[in-house]
Design a protein around this ligand. Structure first.
Ligand SMILES: C[S@@+](CC[C@H](N)C(=O)[O-])C[C@H]1O[C@@H](n2cnc3c(N)ncnc32)[C@H](O)[C@@H]1O
Length: 321
C-alpha cells in the first residue's frame, strides 16, 4: 500500500499509516514544520501544492490530507457554488481526479460543517461523492469524482487522549459497495499521566498573567469548588476574559498557541504553561518524536491531527480497500 501525505505538518497521518505501507509523497509549504518533518521521516516535504503538477506525484493508493479550511463563497457566487478553484480543496480534487486512488481520508475543523452556512461542506461533498454515508447523493455535481464517502465529527477525548478536540473526518472509497462505520467504544483518560514531573523554569507564568487568572477565578460562582483542583486549566487568558477547564481534560490545542504565551493552556495550581512535549502527547505523538523547542512548535502541534483517531480510521480503511 502506498499513500501520500498532503498538508503534512508534523506528519500525524504518516505516523498512523506507516504501519500499513509506504509514504511516496509529502507536501507542506511551511519551512519550519518541514524541517521537523525531515528530522523525523528523513524526507523534505517543502513545496507549495498549488503549483505542484499532479502528474509528478508517484502512483499511490490512499490520499491523506488535513487541509486548511477556506470558504468557497467568493468563487461560488461567480460560479453558482460549483467551483472549488481558488481554495486548497481544489488541489486535493485535481490530484484525486488524476490518480483515482482506492481511498482518501481528509480532516478539518468541526466548524467546516457550519462554515458559510454549510455551503463549504456541501460543495466538497458534491464534488467528491455519489454516495454520502450510504445514501445516494442527489446534489452531486456533473464533474463529481464519484467516490463513496462517509463523514463524521470525532472527539479525541474518546480516543485515549485527555484533550477535548472535535474534528470532522471525511473518508472516501473508489469502490461503491463498501459500508463504512465510525463506531467506536470511547476510551477516556485523565490528564495526570500526560504531565511532566520536572518542570522547566521557562514554563512558569508571569505574575501579571497569574493575577489575571485569579481575578477571573474569583468572579466565578463555583470558585470554592474549582480553585483547588489539581488540574484546573486556564486558557485564552485576557484582561477581559479567561476560560477554565476543570474536567481533567485539556482544551483544544490550537495554532494560536504559537502567537503568544497567553494562548498556551495554563495549569493554574502549578502556575505554569503546558510544555511542547506535553502538548505533543495530548495529540498522541510518541515521546520519541523529535521536536524543536521553539515558539512555532506550539503552533505546529496545535495544527496537527490526533494520531490515535487516524490510527483507528487507518485500520478500518485498510480493511476495506
Ligand atoms: C491543519 S495543518 C495540517 C497538519 C497535519 N495534519 C499534522 O498532522 O500536523 C495544514 C498544513 O497545510 C500547510 N499548507 C498550507 N498551504 C499549503 C500549500 N499551498 N501547500 C502545501 N502545504 C500547505 C500548512 O503549512 C500546514 O502545515
Amino acid at each position: 500500500m502506498k499513500f501520500i501525505d498532503l498538508f503534512c505538518g508534523l506528519g500525524g497521518f504518516r505516523l498512523a499509516f506507516e504501519k500499513y505501507g509506504k509514504c511516496v509523497f509529502s507536501s507542506d509549504i511551511d519551512k519550519s514544520v518541514s524541517k521537523v518533518y525531515f528530522k523525523n521521516f528523513h524526507e523534505d516535504p517543502l513545496n507549495d501544492i498549488t503549483i505542484h503538477d499532479e502528474k509528478l506525484i508517484p502512483k499511490f493508493d490512499i490520499l491523506c490530507a488535513g487541509f486548511p479550511c477556506q470558504a468557497f463563497s467568493i468563487a461560488g457566487h461567480r460560479k453558482g457554488f460549483k467551483d472549488t478553484r481558488g481554495t486548497l480543496f481544489f488541489d486535493i480534487e485535481r490530484i484525486l481526479r488524476h490518480h483515482r486512488p482506492k481511498a482518501f481520508i481528509l480532516e478539518n475543523v468541526k466548524g467546516l460543517k457550519s462554515h458559510d452556512q454549510g455551503r463549504t461542506l456541501d460543495i466538497i461533498l458534491n464534488k467528491l461523492s455519489k454516495k454520502i454515508n450510504g445514501k445516494e447523493n442527489k446534489n452531486k455535481f456533473k464533474d463529481c469524482l464519484d467516490y463513496n464517502v462517509f463523514y463524521k465529527v470525532l472527539n479525541s477525548r474518546d480516543f485515549g487522549l485527555p484533550q477535548n478536540r472535535e474534528r470532522i473526518f471525511i473518508v472516501g472509497f473508489r469502490k461503491s459497495n463498501i459500508n463504512f462505520s465510525f463506531d467506536h467504544t470511547p476510551v477516556n483518560v485523565s490528564l495526570n499521566n500526560y504531565l511532566n514531573k520536572d518542570i522547566n523554569k521557562s514554563l512558569k507564568i508571569k505574575s501579571n498573567v497569574e493575577s489575571q487568572i485569579s481575578l477571573h477565578l474569583n468572579k466565578r460562582k463555583d470558585y470554592k469548588k474549582i480553585k483547588n483542583l489539581k488540574n484546573l486549566l486556564a486558557y485564552e487568558v485576557r484582561k477581559s476574559r479567561c476560560s477554565f477547564r476543570f474536567d481533567n481534560l485539556s482544551p483544544t490545542l490550537t495554532a494560536k498557541m504559537g502567537t503568544g504565551g497567553n494562548n498556551v493552556p495554563i495549569l493554574v495550581q502549578q502556575k505554569r504553561k503546558l510544555s511542547v512535549r506535553e502538548c505533543m502527547r495530548l495529540q498522541g505523538f510518541p515521546d520519541s518524536y523529535i521536536i524543536d523547542q521553539k515558539s512555532e512548535s506550539y503552533k505546529q502541534v496545535g495544527n496537527s491531527v490526533p494520531v490515535p483517531i487516524v490510527k483507528f480510521l487507518a485500520k478500518k480503511i485498510i480493511e476495506k480497500v
